[in-house]
Design a protein around this ligand. Structure first.
Ligand code: GKE
Length: 377
């Protein structure tokens, strides 16, 4: 096996090289494949000769359909029949579909997202089984971890076993944990290999950067780009996280799918950073130096980092793109988006502030036998 060395967090990491096997027309289905992570995975698979069906209720804002898939099913995976039709003939099924976002979304939309995400998770898994898929990937999250292990900013790195006994902070994480277990059970009971990764805050170009669902990396870049006197941060800024650049995430998912690893694994870097340093990193790209303003907001867990012993052992690889490199690319991509909006006179929001998304039930009301609201109330 040839090897390449990369420097991450001051340590030399030796990552085994990997070449994605040619698809030769193998049919794959990607739930949520028009979303941020899903579309990047879909594109890479399509470029490698896989026949990619993407099913998503949203269209991709940044890519033409034929750039990332062969068939685009524009429909709702909360309906089992949509999931089954999309998986017909597919050998591999990837579930990247979920109602998700950063802290400004997941903690204020718990009921609707837990209903929708549970429905999506169970439908796509069952559809993959019915259609005879040999492999199923489930995108889980570091939000699945026990909150009690994340009360200190100096987090030593969450080991996969730290998820149990379970006490995720919110319904988003609890649904992820439940769906992991459901998928693992399917793997034990039926003839389908299950692969599961817990993502640690994935970011990069083409990710959500406005509207309230964006996570800290995009929010900080946008605020630094558009602020003139000070930059707002939710909380005291001492909270810590590890982040994962999109290219590392795609690489990790494809390596995992092409491995014999049956364990749930972390997919994240071990380069933990506090939010103050993280904003300062965003400011450094254009030599800005604004004071920080700490305001109330949804702060999530106090400290979170990834322990990468298991991924290194199982895949001989771990994410290694540094924060400064990943955030720089994200920053200048968001800057272009902001400038595009400015040129088109489209900026309506106050981009130097972050929103908290209010929960609405519109998406739930689309399902079932649509009964007019007037009859229900
Ligand atoms: N989104 C956002 N926007 N976060 C901010 C902002 C802001 O303007 N200002 C400060 N923060 C702080 C948050 O309060 C939180 O403490 C930290 O940055 C990271 O917020 P985040 O990126 O929104 O989300 P988290 O890392 O807390 O949680 C995310 O974890 C991932 C898995 O690691 C989840 O929201 C999921 O998106 C995901 O599963």
């Amino acid at each position: 096996m040839s090897e390449e060395s990369k420097v991450s967090n001051g340590n030399v990491v030796t990552n085994a090289s990997f070449i994605l096997p040619a698809g030769n027309g193998t049919k794959v289905c990607i739930g949520g494949g028009a979303g941020f992570i899903g579309s990047h995975i879909a594109k890479r698979l399509k470029e490698n000769g896989y026949h990619v069906t993407v099913v998503d209720w949203k269209k991709n804002q940044f890519m033409a359909v034929d750039e990332f898939c062969d068939v685009f099913v524009h429909d709702d995976l909360r309906k089992l029949e949509v999931a089954v039709e999309s998986c017909l003939g597919c050998k591999h099924v990837y579930n990247l579909a979920a109602e998700m976002g950063g802290m400004g979304f997941i903690c204020s939309n718990e009921s609707v997202l837990s209903w929708s995400n549970t429905a999506i998770s169970m439908n796509l898994l069952e559809a993959a089984r019915r259609c005879g898929a040999s492999q199923f990937f489930y995108a889980s999250s570091a939000c699945a971890y026990n909150e009690a292990k994340q009360e200190d900013t100096n987090n030593p790195g969450l080991k996969e076993s730290d998820a149990w006994p379970a006490r995720p902070q919110d319904m988003y994480g609890l649904e992820k944990l439940y769906s992991e277990e459901m998928a693992l059970t399917y793997g034990r009971d039926f003839n389908m290999e299950i692969r599961i990764a817990r993502f640690h805050n994935v970011y990069g170009p083409r990710g959500t950067w406005k509207g309230g669902r964006e996570k800290a990396p995009a929010a900080f870049c946008r605020k630094v780009i558009t602020s003139t006197s000070e930059v707002e941060i939710w909380g005291d800024g001492k909270q810590t996280r590890s982040f994962t650049y999109i290219d590392d995430c795609v690489e990790g998912v494809l390596r995992l799918m092409n491995s014999d690893c049956k364990d749930v694994i972390n997919l994240g870097t071990t380069e933990m950073v506090d939010m103050i340093s993280f904003v300062k990193c965003a400011m450094s790209f254009e030599n800005k130096n604004m004071p920080l303003k700490y305001i109330e907001g949804p702060v999530g867990v106090r400290g979170r980092n990834s322990n990468n012993d298991l991924i290194r052992e199982k895949l001989g690889w771990e994410p290694s793109i540094s924060i400064v490199d990943g955030l720089r690319k994200t920053y200048f991509w968001i800057k272009e988006e902001v400038e595009k909006e400015r040129r088109e006179g489209k900026i309506t929001n106050n981009y130097n502030k972050s929103e908290v998304v209010e929960q609405v039930d519109d998406s739930l009301m689309k399902l079932g036998n649509p009964v007019k609201r007037s009859k229900l109330n």
